[in-house]
Design a protein around this ligand. Structure first.
Ligand SMILES: [Mn+2]
Length: 285
């Protein structure tokens, strides 16, 4: 069994209590993790979903047991609740089973860089949170595909030429990308104003390592679609990694070099967006 050795690890948007949570991969990640500090950056237990429908498989309990076990073994575990586990915010300042609950935190890297850590819903004026990508992305894509088929069949009967609806799809993806860019800008400018070297957050389910106007925007992604974590190695470099059968490094920020993650590629791959389009995003960003 290989282990993942690092100084700190950041995960968020696990959404325990929903069928979307990739608890198997997360459990494997936690069992192989050897770190000093583990930050749970919000939306870990989806209390909002649980209030609607009580659904809880044994594997989700195993995830919690594993986190508590890490705390027992001396890992400093800090839980910063998000909008889906907001009731836990009332417990800030308390320690539960060795897990420290906080509203936000300041993480000082081993290289001296200072980061503010928060879930990030405070930067989301529309409070779309978890649902937004589904709304704008997959559901829209499915609807468009279905409409496209129906429309095409109808137009064929009327002997009208083929009308590609992909233009409409693209405009919606464009909206999604513009939303992400604006969000990232808001987070980065807040870190800049507060005098931090960067901000570590989650919330939008879009893992990303990038530099924006001299500060680092570090989003640890999610365990619903992308199975990503942000890792600080023993030199202080921050790396976004994907964890499944085939773990992969997605982006890295050391003191010397920022290698931005192709976050857009991850999020938009299910929509069939080509890297060509993503190139446009990165140029525009
Ligand atoms: Mn959230």
């Amino acid at each position: 069994m290989t282990t993942l050795r690092c100084r700190s690890a950041f995960i968020s948007d696990v959404h325990l209590g929903t069928p979307d949570c990739k608890s198997g991969y997360l459990l494997d990640f936690l069992r192989k993790l050897r770190c000093e500090k583990l930050y749970l950056v919000g939306d870990i237990i989806d209390m909002e979903a649980l209030a609607r429908r009580a659904w809880w498989p044994a594997e989700h309990s195993a995830v919690i047991a594993e986190v508590l076990d890490l705390a027992q073994r001396g890992v400093e575990v800090i839980y910063i609740p998000g909008n889906h586990d907001a009731p836990l915010r009332g417990l800030h300042g308390q320690i539960l089973g060795g897990v420290q609950i906080e509203l936000d935190a300041v993480h000082v890297g081993i290289d001296g860089r200072r980061y503010r850590v928060s879930h990030g819903d405070e930067f989301d004026p529309e409070q779309i949170g978890r649902g937004w990508m589904q709304h704008v992305g997959e559901a829209m894509h499915r609807l468009i595909c279905w409409s496209n088929r129906r429309l095409h069949a109808m137009r064929q009967r009327l002997e009208l030429p083929y009308l590609p609806l992909s233009i409409i799809v693209k405009s919606h993806i464009g909206k999604a990308l513009a939303y992400i860019r604006a969000y990232e800008e808001r987070v980065a400018s807040d870190a800049r104003e507060r005098g931090f070297d960067g901000h570590i957050c989650g919330h939008i389910h879009f893992g990303h390592v990038r530099e924006l106007g001299g500060v680092l925007y570090l989003n640890d992604g999610d365990w619903v679609e992308h199975c990503t974590a942000l890792i600080e190695d023993h030199t202080g470099a921050m790396e976004l990694i994907h964890w499944s059968e085939q773990p992969a490094a997605l982006g890295r920020a050391s003191r010397e070099l920022v290698w931005p993650s192709p976050g857009a590629a991850l999020a938009l791959a299910p929509l069939g967006v080509h890297r060509r389009d993503l190139g446009e995003l990165h140029r525009a960003a």
